[in-house]
Write a protein that binds this ligand. Structure first.
Ligand code: GDG
Length: 734
């Protein structure tokens, strides 16, 4: 957050509606999740900077009917808007076509709704180019460009090509599906879409699943390697990580207590004769599971006549995308189902469903969040879903029950909800009954646990985590190929007082041969190593076994490390088994587990001598097995110098070092003495551990082609031999 001057947000929508009045243009600020998140950043930027540069610049689409307005002064106290005007026919193909009629259904696992249309794809490219034009006119050195969502998947790479050293973040607000779905896209489309996203420095998704799916597509479509959570490109790497979006907890919690909201709530409860209230609100969309929800409610009424006349379902559907035929069809289906249910179960004095097809103002929304007894949120697929988080945050009275679909991203966090599968109408009917009859202490316990989570994971944390990850990733990039500066290298080596030399064997000291048992050291190299070992701590770190190494290096005073670090032999000493002393994994594992303990009462962490375990046998939550899987996924994605084994046992997840690695050994050896010269040379992926564990001033050298965390590169194995020769010559006085 402190590494750039201005923040440039790019999303399809601007944060305000532009209205033309007689006295000029009026900007009406919207209040979506993204706007709140960005507002929080505006506050923080405002603290460190003054004047207009602290304002956030927002690039977004504006109706072409506004083309004639003066765009030079479209700003309020927080934002400066930069409208992108797109010709109507292009916008239609781009937005209604490719975005909403292809990517949206496909990525929400509705492939049969997806409309593959070549001209829509061209319009998508043209529209992304229009955004690029607006951006390139605006962007200055030191700016951070944060691009949002599926309408602008090509833009990150377009910006990267136009401004190669730009700082670019990208956040994807909908699910990223498995490769089986991506595969449905024509080859060239899926390739440019994925390349498009990889133009960013950080690509964010809501959940670890979406991250894994994206990385799978990167591997399948572009065959690019991933080291930890970074996709490695020839010149840079891209961090791909989960950042679950959230809400402004305090705003929802406090605003619900405003007198106006309290009065509106009272009005609703009175007019519904204090019936129990079930509430839902979503945009008209087939992903939101509205028809399944109606079936679940219908089943509940069928099976529970004792609840007739005692409960009202207030179902709000906000008009959206109603130009697309599936949406019109869906609207008809909803209206039919509502009519059928009300007709069948209603009485003169009781309508089971109150159906509103319009949007609510903020007061009405909060009044309903807090008036209801059950919030019924049942999408069949949802990137995150903010409605359920807003409902929980609004309940300052600690009452109310959340019924939540397991297919919403939010279900991975809000596990104290009643989690259901929306297509299982029996399960939904049961959950409605359970929710309506839930004792108050249980309601309170569940709501408090979820509120606690949301307080710690608000939208401010979301944006903050995103920028922190960006800062980290920029200061911690794998160094990619630079020619070794031989002269300064040899000088540093010869002038050093304590030298540590770490060499891999196969492909580094010895050429790769067909029969591994035939690998040998040449006579000259043996001589060279002898000289080097007399003046340095020379360590051969190999995956080979002890017997082979001992035989190969007989008579040379080198230290040998066998089997990737399992065994060490100092000159003239017997072999010893190495301890794993690197413990940089402990804190991050502990922190992740502690977070789960906080979220799931009844669970605990046990620190053992060589492992850490999370026990959940006494967990109070219903969906704890699902959460255990989630924890295991998170633990597997933690970075550590030691390879970690994450073991799922019976009601326990245990983490311990998986095995020795060259990196662990390198780090341990480095700690032994105050070395002032360190060089490590290797050609293999196992040598990457070694390169990453050494301090950044060490000379780390990759042999041959391929991505690497090494600072330098030598093209061939024989270049290593030549370099070592130069080193040994430098030690012998002329
Ligand atoms: C996409 C992803 C992801 C809705 N009706 C009214 C109203 N709303 C507000 C809600 C909430 C927002 O709209 C809806 O957010 P969701 O997250 O539930 O859904 P999408 O619009 O589909 O959003 C989704 C999200 O992006 C963020 O990344 O969570 O998965 O699909 O804030 O309060 N607000 C008012 N009246 C309404 O009638 N005032």
């Amino acid at each position: 957050m402190n590494t750039f001057n201005r923040l440039l947000i790019v999303s399809y929508r601007l944060p305000f509606t532009i209205r033309e009045r007689e006295e000029g243009v009026e900007l009406i600020q919207n209040s979506g999740g993204l706007v709140s998140a960005v507002l929080s950043m505006a506050e923080r930027m405002g603290q460190s900077q003054q004047g207009t540069s602290a304002k956030i610049h927002w690039v977004g689409h504006a109706a072409s009917s506004l083309k004639h307005i003066d765009t030079s002064r479209l700003e309020n106290e927080t934002f400066v808007a930069h409208p992108v005007f797109i010709d109507d026919d292009v916008n239609k193909g781009f937005y209604e076509g490719f975005s909403n009629d292809l990517i949206w259904p496909l990525f929400h696992y509705f492939p049969s709704y997806a409309n593959f249309n070549e001209s829509d794809f061209q319009h998508y490219q043209q529209a992304n180019t229009r955004f690029l034009e607006e951006l390139t006119a605006l962007i200055e050195p030191g700016d951070f460009v944060w691009i949002h969502d599926f309408q602008l998947m090509l833009l990150p790479n377009m910006v990267r090509q136009a401004v190669p050293d730009a700082s670019i973040g990208y956040f994807f607000h909908i699910p990223f599906p498995t490769f089986e779905i991506i595969k449905l896209l024509p080859r060239t489309w899926r390739q440019v879409l994925i390349e498009g996203l990889l133009g960013a420095d950080v690509v964010g998704f809501h959940t670890p699943d979406y991250v894994q799916h994206f990385l799978q597509s990167v591997a399948e479509v572009l065959a690019l390697p991933t080291i930890e959570q970074r996709v490695v490109l020839p010149e840079r790497s891209v961090l791909v990580k989960d950042f679950p979006i959230s809400i402004d907890f305090v705003k929802f919690n406090w605003s619900s207590q405003e007198p106006e909201v309290v009065a509106t709530r009272q009005e609703y409860q009175d007019s519904l004769r204090n019936n129990k209230i079930i509430f839902s609100v979503d945009r008209l969309d087939y992903t939101k599971g509205i028809t399944y929800r109606l079936q679940g409610f219908e089943r509940f009424l069928t099976e529970n006549p004792d609840w007739h006349d005692k409960v009202t379902f207030v179902m709000t559907v906000v008009p959206s995308r109603d130009k697309i035929s599936q949406y019109q069809e869906l609207k008809r289906e909803i209206e039919e189902a509502v009519g059928r249910i009300n007709g069948q179960f209603g009485t003169i004095g009781w309508r089971p469903i109150i159906y509103l097809y319009r949007s609510l103002n903020f007061t009405e929304l909060l009044a309903l969040y807090t008036a209801c007894d059950v919030a019924l949120i049942t999408p069949v697929r949802d990137g995150m879903n903010l409605v359920c988080k807003e409902f929980v945050a609004s309940r300052y009275d600690h009452k109310g029950v959340l019924i939540l679909s397991e297919l919403a991203g939010a279900a991975q966090e809000l596990n104290n909800a009643l989690i259901i599968n929306p297509t299982d109408t029996q399960e939904m009917a049961n959950a409605i009954k359970q929710g309506l009859s839930m004792p108050l202490p249980e309601q309170e316990r569940r709501i408090l646990a979820m509120q606690h989570h949301l307080q710690n994971h608000s939208v401010f944390r979301w944006s903050n985590d995103f920028f922190t990850a960006f800062d980290d990733t920029m200061t911690n990039q794998p160094e990619l190929e630079t020619t070794l500066p031989v002269v300064p290298f040899i000088t540093a080596f010869s002038e050093a007082k304590q030298r540590l030399l770490l060499f891999d064997f196969d492909g580094t000291l010895s050429p790769i041969v067909n029969d591994p048992s035939e690998a040998r050291l040449s006579e000259t190299l043996t001589e060279t190593l002898h000289t080097l070992a007399e003046h340095s701590n020379l360590v051969v770190i190999s995956g080979r076994n002890r017997a082979f190494l001992e035989k190969t290096f007989t008579g040379i005073p080198v230290h040998l490390v066998a089997e990737h670090g399992a065994f060490l032999k100092n000159p003239d000493k017997p072999w010893t088994r190495l301890d794993l002393t690197a413990d940089d994994w402990v804190d991050s594992v502990r922190l992740t587990m502690d977070e789960f303990v906080e979220r799931f009462p009844g669970t605990s962490v046990e620190a053992k001598e060589t492992a850490i375990a999370w026990h959940y046998r006494r967990a109070e939550s219903d969906d704890i097995e699902g959460q255990a899987v989630e924890l295991a996924t998170q633990l597997r994605s933690l970075s550590s110098s030691v390879p970690l084994a994450v073991i799922q046992g019976s009601k326990v997840i245990e983490v311990k070092p998986a095995q020795h690695s060259k990196g662990t050994v390198a780090a341990t050896l480095f700690e032994d003495s105050p070395y002032d010269f360190v060089v490590s040379i290797g050609d293999d992926t196992t040598d990457e551990d070694m390169f990453r564990q050494l301090p950044n001033w060490a000379y780390t050298i990759k042999v041959g082609a391929g991505v690497s965390f090494a600072r330098y590169r030598l093209a061939r194995q024989r270049d290593v031999v030549a370099l070592l020769r130069q080193m040994s010559d430098a030690l012998i006085p002329a």
